[in-house]
Design a binder for this molecule. Sequence first.
Ligand code: NI
Length: 248
Amino acid sequence: MRWRNRVAFACVAALLLTLPAPGPAREADMPLQMEVETGEEGGGVPLVALTFDDGPRAATTGPLLDGLALREVPATFFLVGNRVPGNEELVRRMVREGHQVGVHTYEHAILAGLSRRDFDLQVGKTRAVLTQVLGEGDFWLRPPYGIADDGVARWAESPLVLWSVDPEDWKDQDVDRIVAAVVEHVEDGDIILMHDIYHTSVEAALRVVDTLLNRGYCFVTVEQLMEQRQVEPEDGAVCRRCPPPAKN
Ligand code: NI
């Protein structure tokens, strides 16, 4: 399943530009979605993966999911295990709406230097919680702060998903600055780091989505990004971005 030669995925892309002026009926009956065949080379369409850490948080993750659903844009959520109880329906909704769900430890702990037992209490325990809510899954790992060591790589049982664009959305929670920090630097194949626990990050993320859709970008999950760029997901391997194949 992981290695399909051709993958069709939804992309709103520039189609939005050609639609009539937005009206109240748009969400229900307008064909927003366009199928994009990227071909076996996976080249052509610029791809970007939007990722969110530290949630779920109902007050902010809910509106974010609403905004992503309206745009038919998938994202990747790295969840903190102890935030899942009470938010199970939100987590099920993520998967139902095409998002990828991963692990960001149980207590937002730094994983480097932990014993095997403590590592399992952070990562294995979160995977167990997610399996209870979602059923069996891979649940890739993003180590908090991007800090990992040999033990983390050895025990991860998934790729270590880091990022290539970091607007530091937690720092000043200034929407204009966050949007600019992403859209002025993003390139084909980037992985964008944001946090779905701030209202300002939700607003900024949706503005980023609208801007990049208008530029012709296609949003994919991290797993789809690696698949499209033919990067084999290997346990313990760090993934920061998946650039397009070099042109001859
Ligand atoms: Ni974090």
